[in-house]
Write a protein that binds this ligand. Structure first.
Ligand code: HPA
Length: 277
């Protein structure tokens, strides 16, 4: 057995010893949704530190635990805090938490993040439904020996953000009267924000929003046959679009400001996704 799969199974054993909850939907809470778990009916929590071999996030404001519970009756697992490639982990470790949620039983992965707006029609505080992604600036999490138990060697990525889930999310946002942009997310390594020239490059490549997470997680989830959807909170306009220097504080402040609306949207989407699946 390969090292990556071996480590994943050890984490799964550790989870099984401590938790018996079976989630249907896995939710990754990005900046601004960090306290989302406060609003769910929590059944149990598992600190990342209590899972042997699990990569633990080092970023300020990113706490680390799985929260198990119900969102309006839907069994979910929420990742409060994710691991980023820029923290120095191998990309296979960055996606280990996603793979683990599949082993826990989740069939749908709902990704959220804070992102910089590249599309000049966007504004800080907007939400963007991710319709596709560019992940080529970070290594594929599938590099190395294929884990046949998880998925095939050459997985199709043509519907990486599931069409049906996108329809559900668009309908949900419309019913709630929450404006929802739609676009392509590009993942760069970070941790530095981009230069204006890099943002022009990203725009030329067809990206609408930029961030330092998500795309590699979506690739790993797709490989395993999970249905994936994602919403970005546009926390700032990307480098060079406005004159202000970018700061983590600004990203967090905008995300916090729109968090109540973001939470409402995510909650309604979870209910509707479950009904649609
Ligand atoms: N660039 C990269 N990542 C980000 C940004 C950005 O402007 N905003 C939030 N995450």
């Amino acid at each position: 057995m390969g090292k990556v799969y071996d480590k994943l199974l050890k984490c799964y054993e550790c989870f099984k010893e401590k938790v018996s909850f079976k989630p249907e939907i896995a939710l990754v809470l990005g900046s601004g949704l960090g306290d989302y778990a406060d609003g769910i009916e929590v059944v149990t929590e598992l600190d990342y530190h209590d899972i042997e071999g699990f990569p633990v996030s080092t970023v300020q404001g990113h706490q680390g635990s799985y929260i198990f519970g119900y969102v309006d009756g839907v069994p979910v697992v929420c990742m409060k805090g994710r691991v980023h490639y820029y923290e120095g982990y191998d990309i296979s470790d960055v996606v280990l938490p996603i793979r683990l949620m599949k082993l826990m039983g989740a069939k749908v992965l709902f990704l959220t993040n804070a992102a910089g707006g590249i599309n000049t029609d966007f504004h800080a505080g907007d939400f963007m439904l991710v319709k596709d992604q560019i992940a080529n600036f970070v290594p594929s999490p599938l590099i190395g020996e294929n884990i046949d138990e998880l998925g095939v060697r050459f997985p199709d990525m043509g519907n990486i953000y599931d069409r049906d889930l996108r329809t559900v999310i668009k309908r949900t946002a419309a019913l709630l009267d929450i404006p929802l942009q739609e676009g392509v997310y590009i993942q760069l390594t970070g941790p530095n924000y981009e230069t204006p020239a890099e943002i022009r490059m990203c725009r030329t490549l067809g990206a609408d929003a930029v961030g330092m997470s998500t795309a590699c997680e979506a690739v790993a989830a797709n490989h395993m046959g999970m249905k994936v959807c994602g919403i970005s909170c546009i926390s700032n306009m990307a480098s060079g679009i406005t004159a202000n220097p970018l700061t983590h504080k600004e990203v967090q402040e905008t995300a916090d400001r729109v968090a109540p609306l973001f939470k409402k949207l995510v909650t309604e989407c979870i209910k509707n996704i479950r009904d649609a699946c």
